[in-house]
Design a protein around this ligand. Structure first.
Ligand code: CTP
Length: 438
């Protein structure tokens, strides 16, 4: 995001505190950030904090003489490469959808032709309300990009969708959006308005036509990447299933990072509570056998990354009706072995992706077991991680991984899963390049 300019609109919700971290993360990626705070946002964070972190004065007031003399609201609406709205509250989404312009944030959002990414955040019931869902559909039709919301515990001790995407996910989505947007001064402003009024399809088409970022920011450009992610669910009867604790965070982060690196990505995901990553073709499946079929249908690929925690077994005799207790004896649960998706693809003689990457979830002798898996499954690289309960890796935000090949081991420091994903994607870009040159 070197040199890209982001206008960050901070709405009035509890998630506003995370926007301060978002500023930091965007700046870490060398983007410049200018902030607008709504009146509501200022109950949660101060313009001083946003200004200090962004390194530029934060803007708050439409009718502030000093603001207008410094940079008028129309200029604010133009002097950036993209606008990120985080948190996008129900009220702000409603104003955007209806074209209201009664404060600085909504006026700038109406006056702009720049690409916009929103990160909704609100109470689960507000999110599920038909009015919000209508506004969301309108915004999508208007070509506005959306990241999140995620499922999770909310401030009101409720649980469900409505939690703002993590700053790192928003930064990833912004990077992806910007990778499709030409640097300023390309005739974006003039065609932008026209394209936006024509709806999402033409807006997307404009983005596709835009020249790519040529600053080495697209190491996987032109490559087809296939990623599996999440657990699988293996039904016992119509209401029960066998599952595991995988959240899909690592696989989804890899898919998002590969897309941000310019790849054409297909993500085959088991049941997860995560939103589909922006810019990724996501195929949702439930069982291991469905996952294998979806993976085979998604080939050919240049790189295949198997991050899913596939259930090794399914029930041999899935019951057509709900199993009844019918006494004190539990029903016999017979298991059958599931196909090994990674091994099936890596052993193909025809149409094997040139770079096959497996994961190894281990609770002991991590590297040794990973080596055995590498040989047994015939993959090119194993990303091994310790998933013993004490590490909190399964379902958690962080990961400590070892990159294991036939003759090397590289141990990375503990990082959050988004950073692991970005580093891994960068490394795969190098490997794919080396392979192409050899
Ligand atoms: N994998 C797969 N299909 C399966 C099982 C695993 O594609 N049926 C893939 C996973 O996505 C991962 C790798 O194989 O990339 C290793 O998964 P892991 O659970 O660590 O290994 P298992 O093969 O299940 O071996 P074990 O349970 O004995 O450790």
């Amino acid at each position: 995001m070197q040199g890209r300019r982001i206008l960050l609109v901070i709405g009035g919700g509890i998630a506003a505190y995370k926007s301060l971290d978002l500023i930091r993360r965007l700046r870490q990626r060398n983007a410049s950030v200018r902030c607008i705070l709504t009146a509501g946002a200022q109950h949660f964070v101060t313009p001083l904090a946003a200004g200090a972190l962004s390194g530029q004065r934060a803007h708050t007031d439409l009718f502030d003489g000093e603001d207008e003399a410094d940079i008028g609201h129309i200029k604010l609406a133009r002097d950036a490469d993209a606008i990120v709205v985080a948190p996008a509250t129900a009220n702000l989404m409603s104003k955007m959808a209806s074209g209201a312009a009664d404060d600085l944030a909504s006026t700038v959002l109406l006056a702009t032709a720049l690409p916009i990414l929103i990160a909704p955040a609100m109470n689960v019931r507000m999110w599920q309300h038909p009015a919000t869902q209508r506004n969301l559909a309108t915004l999508r039709d208007d070509g506005i990009h959306v990241v999140g919301p995620n499922d999770g515990a909310m401030a009101e001790a409720e649980f469900g969708p409505g939690r703002m995407a993590e700053p790192i996910e928003i930064a990833d989505a912004a990077a992806k959006l910007l990778s499709d947007v030409p640097h300023a001064e390309v005739p974006e402003r003039s065609v932008g308005l026209q394209a936006r009024t024509q709806g999402a399809a033409s807006f997307e088409a404009r983005l596709r036509l835009a020249p790519q970022d040529e600053e080495g920011g697209s190491p996987l450009k032109g490559l087809r990447v296939l990623v599996t992610s999440g657990p699988t669910h293996e039904p016992i009867d119509p209401v029960r299933y066998i599952a595991n604790r995988s959240s899909g965070r690592q696989g989804h982060a890899i898919a998002a990072a590969a897309a941000a690196a310019g790849a054409e990505v297909t993500l085959v995901s088991g049941p997860v509570a995560l939103p589909d990553p922006a810019g990724v073709r996501t195929v949702r499946v439930e069982t291991a056998r469905e996952m294998l079929a979806a993976v085979e249908a998604a080939l050919p690929a240049d790189i295949a990354i198997f991050a899913a925690a596939v259930a090794d077994w399914r029930t041999a005799n899935e019951a057509g009706q709900k199993l009844k207790k019918g006494g004190n004896v539990p029903p016999p649960l017979q298991l059958a072995l599931n196909p090994d998706i990674l091994a099936t693809i890596a052993h193909r003689t025809d149409g094997r992706p040139p770079l096959v990457v497996g994961f190894a979830a281990e609770t002991e002798n991590v590297v040794e077991h990973a080596r055995q898996k590498l040989a047994r499954k015939r993959c090119d690289l194993i990303v091994a991680n310790d998933v013993s309960p004490a590490t909190g890796v399964m379902g958690g935000e962080q990961n400590t991984v070892h990159l294991v090949t036939a003759d090397t081991v590289e141990t990375w420091p503990t990082m959050d899963k988004g950073e692991v994903a970005r580093k891994l994607v960068a490394r795969l870009g190098e490997l794919a390049k080396a392979q192409a040159n050899s």
